[in-house]
Every structure is written in structure tokens, then in C-alpha cells.
Design a protein around this ligand. Structure first.
Ligand code: PRP
Length: 213
């Protein structure tokens, strides 16, 4: 009898694509798709329980070993870091981190300290440190695009997927900071303790990702 694994899935954008991947692997995801008020969802035909969590919590659960596996965006991994194995690029949830400014503004054409609004201060700090540029980072929790409009910031560092949010708010991307996609994480101890089950799960993921669509 194999041990049941527990996986933390990121709620929202990555959730449906994670479920699609699992269904392609033959997992019955009915409990995840009809959660009601339940927070832990048992897959009936595979030894796996799933919990849905906000992206940074996925990393916390995997790091602490309360979840053996996790699916989270590279954006959150770059921002939060942590001790876990990042075993696979799942290929979905593709977007990029970009530096964006108000259309027509000359971001590099001044010696004043630039103010950058972002939900990702660690990523932003590293990006400008590499350039040797001293910037002032303003942490925003959501709708970062508002910051340049309100003149709180000269630029933003944020996730760009379709580019629609930037366009509709008169902003333009001027530089890529990093590429982002969903990653599969594994808890370090679980990789030893539940090796057989984890490797079975990983190989099913790999096979599904390789399958021509
Ligand atoms: C993200 C990001 C941008 C938007 C980009 O926000 O912060 O605002 O999506 O997507 P687009 O390029 O397809 O327009 P999200 O919707 O996750 O909401 P949030 O701002 O509340 O975090």
C-alpha cells in the first residue's frame, strides 16, 4: 500500500491548468473542481491529497514538509526563495516580469533616484543591484499599475501576461526582468522518505507534458 502524498496548488491563475495537467495524467479531479467548503481534496483514483493555497503559502507548506509537493509560479520562488527542490518546469502559467513606465517617459534619462512600485521587492532589488542603480522600492499589494498613474512611482516591476493591463493604463514595458512559469516543488525530506511515490508522480507529469496536444 503506497503512502498518500499531499500537494499544495496555487489558487487562481495556475489552479485550472494544474487540474488540466492532473486530468491528463488520469487523475480524477472532481473533488478539487467541486470543493464546497472543504480545504483538503482527496483524489479518488491516485494516492494524492490536494490543498489550494495562496502562492507564498505553497512554498511555506512545502518547506515545512506539511505538503510533499507544490505547484507555484517562478515569480513567487524568485521573490520568496526557500529550501526545497524545484524539480520541473511545468510549462504553463508563462509570463514575464517586466519593468514598465508611463508611455513617453524617459526612465533612464535622469540622475534622480527612481521610485519603483512592485509586489516583488526582492526581485526588484536584485534587478537594480545588478545594474548598480540605487532605486527606492515601494511595496504595493495589488494593481501596481496605479502607482505611476498616481505619480507615486516612476516605474513598476510586475508580471505581464497578455500586456492588456499595461496597455489599458498607458504603460509600456521597457525591459524584461525574468521569465516566469509554473514549477513543481518537492520537500527535501519527502524526496527521501517517499521517493518511490514522488518519482511515480514526477514521471506521470513528465509523460503528460511530453504527450502531443
Ligand atoms: C497580474 C499583474 C498584472 C496583470 C498582468 O495581476 O500584477 O496586474 O496580472 O496581466 P496581463 O498582462 O494579462 O494584463 P493579477 O491579475 O494577478 O492581480 P493582482 O494585481 O490583484 O495581483
Amino acid at each position: 500500500m503506497s503512502e498518500r502524498l499531499r500537494i499544495a496548488l496555487t489558487k487562481g491563475r495556475l489552479q485550472d491548468q494544474s487540474v488540466e495537467l492532473f486530468e491528463g495524467m488520469g487523475l480524477d479531479c472532481t473533488p478539487i473542481k467541486n470543493p464546497g467548503r472543504r480545504l483538503v481534496h482527496s483524489i479518488p483514483n491516485y494516492p494524492l491529497d490536494a490543498v489550494l493555497a495562496k502562492a507564498p503559502d505553497v512554498i511555506t507548506y512545502v518547506e515545512h514538509g506539511v505538503c510533499d509537493l507544490g505547484i507555484v509560479g517562478k515569480d513567487t520562488i524568485l521573490e520568496k526563495g526557500g529550501a526545497f527542490y524545484e524539480v520541473m518546469d511545468l510549462g504553463f502559467g508563462r509570463c514575464r516580469f517586466a519593468l514598465a513606465v508611463k508611455e513617453g517617459s524617459d526612465f533612464y534619462g535622469t540622475y534622480k533616484t527612481r521610485r519603483i512600485a512592485t509586489k516583488y521587492p526582492a526581485v526588484t532589488k536584485e534587478f537594480f543591484e545588478k545594474k548598480g542603480m540605487d532605486v527606492s522600492i515601494i511595496k504595493i499589494e495589488g494593481s501596481v499599475e496605479l502607482a505611476p498613474i498616481l505619480e507615486l512611482a516612476d516605474a513598476i516591476v510586475d508580471i505581464v501576461e497578455t500586456g492588456a493591463t499595461l496597455r489599458e493604463n498607458g504603460l509600456v514595458p521597457i525591459e524584461d526582468v525574468a521569465q516566469v512559469s509554473a514549477r513543481l516543488l518537492v520537500n527535501i525530506a519527502a524526496m527521501k522518505l517517499h521517493r518511490t511515490e514522488i518519482l511515480d508522480f514526477i514521471s506521470r507529469c513528465e509523460q503528460e507534458l511530453k504527450r502531443p496536444k
